[in-house]
Design a protein around this ligand. Structure first.
Ligand SMILES: [Fe+2]
Length: 476
């Protein structure tokens, strides 16, 4: 099969993989980059190195990082694949050795059944930027700004097992809360890495069966885990087949644990699925959670495929708030907006604390998952501001980048990559977080196309300066 097969939209157009690793400096800028913005924007995504073996799913591709270093008015760009073990094995073989999630899993495979691609998420923790995988894998540490893979972070040998995408780093204590999950027991495992970089908790949380997990949320004292009714079909699982079903007749359950505890308390809410939370916090006895709720992720039963392809998943997420009363057990929930948004972010310096603003890409009217603009939500005032990228232009996850020396929420910039499908080129866009509707302060023209991808992270200048090297890491 050729990697450019015409049958898969996630190998074409804005999603088509790139084949070169590039370094470029002093990039041309339309407008003016803020002088008080120093740091690095890094985005992860799926980019198969070799023509896929078997049927390809967008989630299968090798992790590739695209980085934009902003240094008070100048910009440079680099992109690198994450050198995972599977990537190295395939490099040595000169071809794909793994099949993806659309094919029957080989459960006998060492390190399998699927290739840990590290293609999904990023988090900066304890001096290193870590690339993470949605299904739960190793934490691959990369150097900045080069994006070269340094090794595997196993937290001084204290981490047994994997970490799924979307761990949450407490901005004050430096603790990293994470979960991992499986189709076999334990179906859900919760863990905490201390600010000193050692795993201090890693224990199973009992849920009734295998779920397609994706995210968690944290407050200052609690972690919110999920038991949402998007489940691996138990009857088919018993026969060795993996297939995901949504059970509308089952409630959504949110499990709240004290941060360093497995003493879970479950709250039931209306049936739903959710890929991404935005933030959570405490208001007295109430735990508040805001995220992108999907009422019904699979409107029609898919055929017998391991995970529904995106064309059968109904990505209709809306901003939503849940309020869990720890004193009475009561749950209140409400939809906050009627525009579809996903891949939401907030000011990371406020993670787990009450936040007012969220920055969420707006879903375009397209068969594939594309974003045609960004919405800034003011959840206290109930207002929003939007900026559309223009016809044929699609952006990705939008991260908040604080202004030098700022501490107030929203005092900074928004950064994302935008792909111009009509011109086949990409740029980075910098917006004023306080005036999103005004449009870009700067457009950085990139030397190479950046395919549509997944999650991104803003690494601040102090974090760049605090980076540790490969010492203490395991070899990939
Ligand atoms: Fe995600």
């Amino acid at each position: 099969m050729n990697v450019q097969t015409p049958h898969n939209p996630y190998l074409q157009g804005p999603f088509a993989p790139v084949h070169a690793e590039v370094d470029a400096h002093d990039l041309p800028v339309i407008g003016e980059l803020p002088r008080d913005l120093h740091g690095m924007f890094v985005r992860n995504g799926s980019n198969p190195r070799f023509a896929p073996e078997g049927r390809y799913h967008w989630f299968d591709g090798d992790g590739m990082l695209h980085g934009l270093r902003l240094d008070g008015g100048t910009a440079s760009y680099a992109n690198r694949w994450v050198r995972t073990r599977g990537f190295r094995e395939e490099e040595a073989a000169g071809k794909a050795l793994w099949t993806g999630i659309m094919e029957r899993p080989d459960l006998s495979r060492r390190g399998g059944p699927f290739k840990d691609t590290a293609n999904t998420d990023l988090v900066f923790h304890d001096g290193r930027l870590l690339a993470l995988w949605w299904l739960g894998g190793k934490c691959h540490a990369v150097a900045l700004p080069s994006l070269e893979t340094l090794g595997v972070q196993d937290f001084k040998g204290t981490l047994k097992g994997g970490v799924s995408a979307h761990p949450k780093r407490d901005p004050i204590t430096g603790e990293l809360m994470f979960m991992t999950y499986g189709v076999m027991p334990p179906y859900l495992t919760y863990g905490v890495v201390s600010g000193e970089g050692e795993v201090v908790l890693r224990e199973p949380i009992a849920i009734p069966g295998a779920r397609l997990q994706h995210d968690i949320a944290v407050t200052e004292r609690h972690t919110i885990l999920m038991d949402l009714p998007l489940l691996w079909d138990p009857e088919l699982l018993a026969r060795g087949k993996t297939r995901v079903r949504f059970r509308r007749d089952m409630p959504a359950r949110f499990g709240i644990v004290p941060r360093r505890s497995t003493d879970v308390r479950w709250f039931e809410a209306a049936s739903c699925y959710m890929y991404h939370t935005i933030n959570a916090w405490e208001e007295g006895d109430t735990v508040v959670l805001v995220g992108c709720r999907i009422d019904d992720p699979i409107p029609e039963a898919p055929d017998d495929r391991p995970i529904p392809h995106l064309d059968v998943l109904r990505l209709m997420p809306y901003l939503h708030e849940w309020r869990f009363d720890l004193a009475t057990g009561e749950v209140k929930e409400r939809q906050l907006d009627d525009v579809m948004t996903e891949f939401p972010r907030m000011d990371n310096r406020r993670l787990g604390r009450r936040t007012r603003y969220a920055y969420a890409p707006r879903i375009a009217a397209a068969r594939e998952l594309l974003f045609d603009g960004v919405i800034k939500y003011d959840t206290e005032a109930g207002t929003q501001a939007a900026y559309g990228y223009g016809p044929g232009r699609f952006g990705g996850e939008v991260v908040f980048a604080p202004k030098d020396g700022s501490s107030a929420e929203d005092d900074g910039y928004l950064v994302t990559f935008v792909h111009d499908a009509r011109e086949g080129r990409s740029e980075a866009v910098v917006l004023d977080a306080k005036d999103v509707a005004k449009g870009p302060l700067a457009r950085v023209l990139l030397p190479a196309r950046v395919p549509i991808g997944y999650h991104a992270w803003w690494v601040t200048e102090p974090e760049l300066a605090s980076q540790k090297g490969a010492e203490g890491l395991r070899q990939v």
